[in-house]
Design a protein around this ligand. Structure first.
Ligand code: AMP
Length: 210
């Protein structure tokens, strides 16, 4: 089973991807996580892309695709994959056709731009277990500490309002056209992303099973 999750920044792709991967027992591959890992490790690629990512720009198709192809060589990807944040351009969508033999479903999570900046400012992640929180919608039990690891949560460097606006522009200009690219194949399922997280998850899971 190969699934792609598409949506503007802050639509809930990460949260819903975690639910879907658990249900279908496939790995969650986020190109954003792969790239952040390169930055954290201070690799040559990481050092080149750090400022670009912090300002909300897109990393080059070649660099992201190479990183993804390497990740997909790992054993856990043999029986399927959930892609979160890839493809983000038509060029990447074309590359993906040469990498995957079949794409089963493209899940599009929709939300109005006006709601996004607010949602993003409350977003936090545990630097250890990567659990996602939102200070209003899904707050940790104790201050800004992870419920499971009891360590201070992080805010992503690119979740500030200015960068979020740039990321939204990129989403509308270069990423959203991939939805029509996949619509022609009849594999797109769109869901409204502002509402009860569990209700949204069940709609997505039902659509994937159909
Ligand atoms: P995300 O975690 O998906 O929001 O991605 C965070 C940042 O990583 C994006 O704003 C881009 O700078 C970069 N990025 C992630 N995936 C891609 C991709 N498929 N193509 C280009 N840049 C990407």
């Amino acid at each position: 089973m190969n699934i792609i999750v598409v949506g503007p920044p802050g639509a809930g792709k990460g949260t819903q991807s975690k639910v879907i991967t658990k249900e279908f027992n496939i790995p969650h591959v986020s190109t954003g996580d792969l790239l952040r890992d390169e930055v954290k490790k201070g690799t040559e690629l990481g050092n080149t892309i750090k400022n670009l990512m912090n300002s909300g720009g897109l990393v080059s198709d070649e660099q992201v695709t190479e990183l993804l192809v390497n990740r997909m060589k790992e054993d856990d990807c043999k029986n399927g994959i959930l892609l979160d944040g890839y493809p983000r351009t038509i060029e990447q969508a074309k590359s993906l056709d040469t990498i995957l033999s079949k794409i089963d479903k493209v899940v599009v999570i929709e939300i109005e731009d006006e709601k996004i900046v607010d949602r993003m400012s409350g977003r936090r992640t545990c630097p250890s277990c990567q659990k996602l929180y939102h200070m209003t919608n899904q707050p940790p039990k104790n201050g800004e500490l992870c419920d499971d690891c009891n360590i201070e949560l992080n805010q992503r460097a690119d979740d500030n309002p200015e960068t979020v606006k740039n990321r939204l522009v990129k989403y509308h200009q270069v990423t959203s056209p991939i939805i029509d690219f996949y619509k022609e194949r009849g594999i797109v399922f769109s869901v409204y992303g502002d509402g009860d997280i569990k209700e949204i998850s069940s709609k997505i899971i039902k659509a994937i099973k159909e």
